[in-house]
Write a protein that binds this ligand. Structure first.
Ligand code: GDP
Ligand code: GDP
Length: 434
């Protein structure tokens, strides 16, 4: 998956562009609106190609005296993580010395850089953008992030650098990623599982270390644990730590079959946790949430876990298929149970339900509650089959696929989940003309 980094001095419209490009996921997470910087990375699609957009501005301090540092950090992030860089300038302001500084640093980055003159809201401004040619970064793309003008041409270019992802070859050994924000207990979990503290080689500041794969066996079942722990100790800037930790979680997530998303029990589900879960869902990964540090929750009424779980599902709605386990790596509580769960989710994600089994239960469910007629048209679902894909996709063949309403789709998904074990497994429902 290609990563596209948005860089530029403050106020040129980076986050406005970011918000325009990334997929809306209102249905999945509850955005606290009002803040423009509540997300730093997201998934975008253009002409059937997918990529991840990173708003580097969200990671660097915003204050006059730290501009220079900010610029260097944005460039460092782009250098390491991005395949394509969008260098944003303000068409209404013209070239500033900060733009110059940014250009000077970016010149050292050996990656495709697209110069973007934002706020070119009308034809008059559009004419001025050629001034930016002087930055020595090629001809600018004139766009208006506010209205969307010009973004199509820009995206056409961007996706030229984004290869269509070839489906990964089926793996015989499950890959399980341990992901989560800094300090939730990822390394602790790995150390409990693998038995000895791994040597953490902290790289020099500003360099990333790739995710680490460790083979692991539980009751004769083999898997590979991918973890992203270790880097933080070297960094002092909070945004920086958060950024690298998130980027590596993202990378581990993409390579995994199942994600163990670790949450800090005392903190609960936070925005970045939700982002990770939403992305794991988006990429159809198996998901298990581990609420770690459960030993610190002292309110040990018998129902505390239930109450906590309910609260979490409320926030996660509609992703209520994800198992939530309460663990403590310090007390070694339910760690192996968690691993068993992850392996179970892996197995269920790879299962093939036979067409006979599917039709037996699903046609009955459809009979019990038929799809509501739309504009006098009766909708008949004739049969159901699981498509031969890497992750579960169920195809419903019917006379008017376009009239199936989301609520009915939700009903069918619930029925599938009731009858087949799909705990922790994102599934897809498609409707086809018979
Ligand atoms: P960032 O600091 O680079 O992320 O900039 P923001 O995205 O926060 O935008 C800075 C300001 O520019 C905000 O007031 C935006 O509303 C405004 N802005 C962003 N894009 C456009 C645009 O295309 N046209 C105009 N006129 N204003 C814009
Ligand atoms: P990472 O950044 O996600 O790898 O987190 P670490 O594994 O380094 O853990 C961060 C801190 O949380 C450390 O001080 C751990 O000792 C502590 N910690 C991890 N798991 C638990 C737990 O289950 N209970 C308690 N009380 N502390 C924990």
């Amino acid at each position: 998956m290609a990563v596209v980094a948005i860089v530029g001095r403050p106020n040129v419209g980076k986050s406005t562009l970011f918000n325009r490009l990334v997929e809306q996921r209102k249905a999945i997470t509850h955005d606290e609106s009002g803040t423009t910087r509540d997300r730093h990375y997201g998934h975008a699609t253009w002409n059937g190609k997918h990529f991840i957009v990173v708003d580097t501005g969200g990671y660097v301090p915003n204050g006059r005296h730290v501009f220079e540092q900010a610029i260097r950090q944005q460039a460092a992030i782009s250098m390491q993580e991005a395949q394509v860089i969008l260098f944003i300038v303000d068409a209404q302001v013209g070239i500033t010395s900060l733009d110059q500084d940014m250009a000077n640093v970016l010149r050292m980055v050996r990656k495709p850089i697209l110069l973007v003159a934002n706020k070119a809201d009308n034809a008059t401004i559009d004419l001025m953008v050629h001034e930016f040619y002087k930055l020595g970064m090629g001809n600018p793309y004139a766009i208006s992030s506010a209205s969307g003008m010009g973004t199509g041409d820009l995206l056409d270019k961007v996706v030229e650098y984004c290869a269509t992802d070839a489906p990964a070859a089926p793996m015989s050994v499950p890959k399980i990623a341990i992901i989560g924000r800094p300090n939730v207990g990822k390394s602790s979990l790995l150390n409990v599982l693998v038995g000895q503290p791994r040597s953490i080689v902290a790289p020099t500041a500003g360099t990333t270390r790739d995710t680490i794969d460790t083979p692991y066996t539980l009751y004769n079942k083999h898997c590979i644990l991918t973890d992203t722990a270790g880097l933080r100790k070297k960094h002092s800037i909070r945004e920086h730590i958060e950024f690298y930790s998130v980027m590596r979680s993202l990378r581990a997530l993409q390579a995994a079959d199942v994600c163990l998303v670790i949450i800090d029990a005392e903190k609960g589900l936070e925005r970045q946790d939700m982002n990770l879960i939403a992305l794991a869902h988006r990429y159809k990964k198996g998901i298990v949430i581990l609420v770690n540090k459960w030993d610190l929750i002292t309110k040990h009424t018998p129902n505390e876990a239930d109450r906590y779980r309910k609260e979490m599902y409320k926030k996660l709605a509609p992703l209520d298929y994800i198992p939530i386990l309460f663990v403590s790596t310090v007390k070694k509580q339910r760690i192996y149970q968690a691993m068993e769960k992850a392996l179970e989710v892996y197995a269920h994600r790879n299962q093939r339900v036979t067409t006979a089994q599917l039709n037996k239960v699903m046609l009955q469910a459809i009979e019990r509650y038929a799809p509501p007629a739309v504009r006098g048209k009766y909708i008949k679902i004739k049969y159901v089959t699981q498509l031969p894909m890497r992750t579960p996709v169920f195809a419903f063949f019917c006379n008017h696929p376009q009239y199936i309403r989301p609520a009915y789709k939700g009903y069918l998904e619930k029925q599938l989940r009731t009858h087949f074990d799909l705990h922790g497994v994102p599934i897809q429902l498609v409707f086809r003309q018979k």
